[in-house]
Design a protein around this ligand. Structure first.
Ligand SMILES: Cc1cc2nc3c(=O)[nH]c(=O)nc-3n(C[C@H](O)[C@H](O)[C@H](O)COP(=O)(O)OP(=O)(O)OC[C@H]3O[C@@H](n4cnc5c(N)ncnc54)[C@H](O)[C@@H]3O)c2cc1C
Length: 408
């Protein structure tokens, strides 16, 4: 176990500087173009693959850094470059984590390489859980997977929505209901291999922000996948369902809370993305405030502007500390007794929204135009309080964890 530290070591600083260089030289200059095009920035993903930033190896290396700072440092730098492009680069990771968390060694070895492709032929993957009627309320998911024992195949039907890379992915990871009586404990995850009949893209969404990241519905119409596509395998699923049925008899609420807790460990990574966007907007605002003159002096000479910048930087640093703490806890297996993962995501995402709005204010009219990047950053920041659990859901998780009460 590593001690908690607020200092990056020399090796981490080297990685951070390398990522920052890529974010500054490749991602940031492309940000406005791909935001306007509202398309997946394939050439940028390919560049990232060439230098080794788009690969499971890279993220695994950061994840297994015992200080816990590898992933938040990487996310902050890439999202500092641009949130939409960075999500296009790290979005595949969501699906890869789904396989790593639940899959067998064979499934990991078979499917993860197909999610990334290679530098000459990059691919992306999608993780599909949300549905039109099941966003925060994951337990009301309807997509159904039924086992066809005679053929050792699963038949999947349903509609997924808001899937990052949905429909353009080489590999989709789909969460579906296998036992409707067990709420979220009756769910299982499936691989949908490339080119599977019945799996198609529905509506592609035109979004407020992170427009370089592709978000779409995924239609599953009598999709048949081999038994080997059930992540973790049938035997493990049957054991898990039997345990869940036993637990459900003792108290359904406890089953629901346990499901919420599993997201705790991934939330600091989203917090780190928000810190990256907030820091980017703060830096633009600081630079602008020291150079823009009104009434014969730089606008930062006014306390009304300077104090805003002081608050912005204080909140960004506080957010980063919460993120680093939660990430260190996750990597070192510390129990989240106060929902510290949710705390970090809640505070960092709310900070990003606030700080990017303040940045627009400090840039005045220029801040409101697409000539300057803070307008885009503010649109991008709005996603952090929505995906991977809204701010309200984070507060619910924190309050339940602190009180032990089934607060609704
Ligand atoms: C750009 C984008 C990318 C996404 N990528 C993915 C992806 O790759 N894969 C995937 O599966 N999903 C993805 N999502 C879906 C995302 O996780 C959901 O949008 C999110 O979980 C919220 O669900 P919802 O939109 O249905 O909102 P709802 O759950 O309908 O919530 C609406 C409002 O009600 C509030 N609310 C709901 N329940 C409560 C409660 N109990 N107490 C207090 N307030 C409550 C919410 O906080 C929110 O303010 C993505 C979404 C977006 C916008």
């Amino acid at each position: 176990m590593a001690e908690f530290t607020m200092e990056l070591n020399d090796e981490q600083k080297e990685v951070r500087d390398w990522l920052h260089g890529f974010a500054a030289d490749v991602i940031r200059p492309a940000a406005a173009e791909w935001d306007e095009r509202e398309e997946t920035p394939w050439p940028v993903i390919q560049e990232a693959a060439k230098v080794g930033i788009y690969s499971l190896d890279f993220y695994a290396q950061q994840y297994f850094d015992a200080t816990g700072l590898g992933i938040p440092m990487a996310m902050e730098e890439l999202f500092w470059g641009d949130a939409g492009i960075a999500l296009s680069i790290v979005g595949t990771g969501l699906a890869a984590v789904g396989v790593l968390a639940n899959g067998t060694e064979e499934q990991i070895g078979t499917w993860i390489p197909q999610m990334y492709g290679d530098a000459n032929d990059v691919k992306v993957a999608a993780f599909c859980s949300s549905e039109p009627d099941a966003g925060s309320d994951v337990a009301s998911m309807r997509t159904r997977a039924v086992y066809d024992e005679a053929k050792d195949e699963w038949v999947i039907n349903g509609t997924k929505t808001w899937a990052t890379n949905g429909g353009i992915a080489n590999v989709h990871v789909v969460v579906a209901v296998v036992d409707p009586d067990l709420g979220s404990k009756g769910h299982a995850s499936f691989i949908i291999p490339p080119g599977t009949p019945g799996c198609s893209q529905g509506q592609k969404f035109k979004k407020h922000g992170i427009r370089a990241s592709h978000t779409a519905e995924v239609i599953l119409d009598n999709v048949r996948v081999p038994g080997s596509c059930l992540l973790g395998g049938k035997e493990k699923l049957d054991e898990r369902l039997a345990r869940a049925r036993e637990k459900a008899k003792k108290g359904g609420e406890r089953v629901k809370n346990a499901a919420m807790a599993t997201f705790e460990a991934s939330r600091p990574a989203v917090g780190a993305m928000a810190v990256g966007t907030a820091r980017a907007a703060y830096e633009v605002a600081l630079e602008y405030a020291t150079t823009r003159e009104q009434f014969g002096r730089p606008i930062i000479d006014n306390q009304g502007v300077a104090f805003q910048l002081a608050d912005m930087r204080t909140q960004i640093d506080a957010a980063r500390l919460l993120v680093w703490r939660a990430s260190w806890m996750a990597v070192n297996g510390k129990p989240f007794t106060a929902a510290e993962g949710s705390m970090s995501k809640l505070f960092a995402s709310e900070t990003a929204k606030k700080v990017t709005a303040q940045a627009i204010q400090i840039l005045g009219g220029n801040g409101y135009t697409r000539e300057y990047p803070v307008e885009r950053m503010h649109r991008d920041a709005a996603i952090y309080t929505i995906f991977e659990g809204t701010s309200e859901i984070q507060r619910l998780v924190i309050a339940r964890t602190l009180s032990g009460m089934p607060i609704r």
